[in-house]
Ligand binder design. Structure first.
Ligand SMILES: Nc1ncnc2c1ncn2[C@@H]1O[C@H](COP(=O)(O)OP(=O)(O)O)[C@@H](O)[C@H]1O
Ligand SMILES: [Mg+2]
Length: 263
């Protein structure tokens, strides 16, 4: 079976600067896949590669066997209709109401008329428990509500693949748990696969079926598997420090920096 998303030998760079190399993974329909790793290792950058915002330095990204960067512009646009994204900042348009924000991707998809778009937008707002806030502006909502509105916007067109960048970061534990439950509910109702970035151990253990761990030090993945399995079986000290909250490994001494102890 062809995977919904397949990443092969991906290398990511900003100019000359290497961010990560040797990334390989597949995401099957209906599964929840976690991207893990410390701050600045390249998780958001990876999501931007996966949604077509940044071109790979090397390697391929295919959707249902179709190579995104080998496709022409029309082909890429067609592939993009297959995914929804919730950015780290939620990224709602502040001058638009919540309803208008959720209608936007439906308008871009161009398949429904105005009345149908509004009906669909109100339906997904109902799912995320924001039906009563349809006519509010983003600035009127709490952080957790904004994330839920962003989630509603990401799922409005019912894409088979949803990308979420730190959906529960900065939320209190109850709002965070609520967002996890929503992600599970959406997978249940739409059959969508979810690729998400998270530092929240309860989320990772509760919802992820599979995942990859990116290492800032070696600039490559150091573990691949479900967060629960990695917590119990991973041997790499960085992965253990993150998932099992064990003491992190001591910093690698730098050959170029004189140590403080050197007279
Ligand atoms: N547009 C950019 N141009 C140059 N460097 C960038 C850009 N975006 C991110 N970076 C750098 O790439 C690295 C990875 O960033 P990011 O993917 O945001 O990390 P994470 O999401 O894992 O915290 C960081 O060192 C960051 O400073
Ligand atoms: Mg990030």
């Amino acid at each position: 079976m062809t995977a919904l998303l397949s990443v092969s030998n991906l290398e990511m760079r900003f100019g000359e600067r290497l961010i990560q190399t040797g990334i390989n993974f597949e995401v099957e329909p209906g599964t929840i896949f976690a991207i893990m790793g410390g701050s600045g290792c390249g998780k958001s950058t990876l999501l931007k590669h996966l949604v077509g915002l940044l071109p790979p330095a090397q390697g391929t990204i295919t959707y249902n066997g179709v190579d995104y960067w080998a496709a022409d512009e029309a082909g890429q646009a067609e592939l993009r209709t297959g995914f929804g994204m919730l950015f780290q900042s939620a990224a709602l348009w502040s001058s638009m109401t919540i309803l208008e924000n959720v209608c936007l991707p439906l308008e871009q998809a161009g398949k429904l008329d105005e009345a149908q778009r509004e009906t669909r937008a109100r339906e997904v707002l109902e799912w995320v428990d924001l039906a009563k806030f349809a006519d509010f502006f983003p600035s009127d909502l709490s952080g957790g509500m904004k994330k839920r509105a962003g989630l509603a916007r990401a799922i409005a067109t019912e894409p088979p693949l949803i990308f979420l960048d730190e959906p529960s970061a900065g939320l209190d534990p109850i709002s965070s748990k609520r967002l996890d439950d929503l992600v599970l509910m959406i997978r249940e109702r739409t059959g969508a696969a979810v690729v998400f970035v998270s530092h929240e151990l309860p989320s990772l253990f509760a919802i992820a079926d599979d995942g990859i761990f990116l290492d800032a030090e070696s600039k490559s993945p150091i573990a691949h598997g479900s967060p629960r399995a990695l917590r119990d079986t991973a041997t790499h000290p960085t992965v253990r420090a993150f998932l099992a909250r064990e003491e992190p490994p001591p910093p690698v001494p730098s050959a170029t920096m004189p140590s403080a102890a050197t007279p």
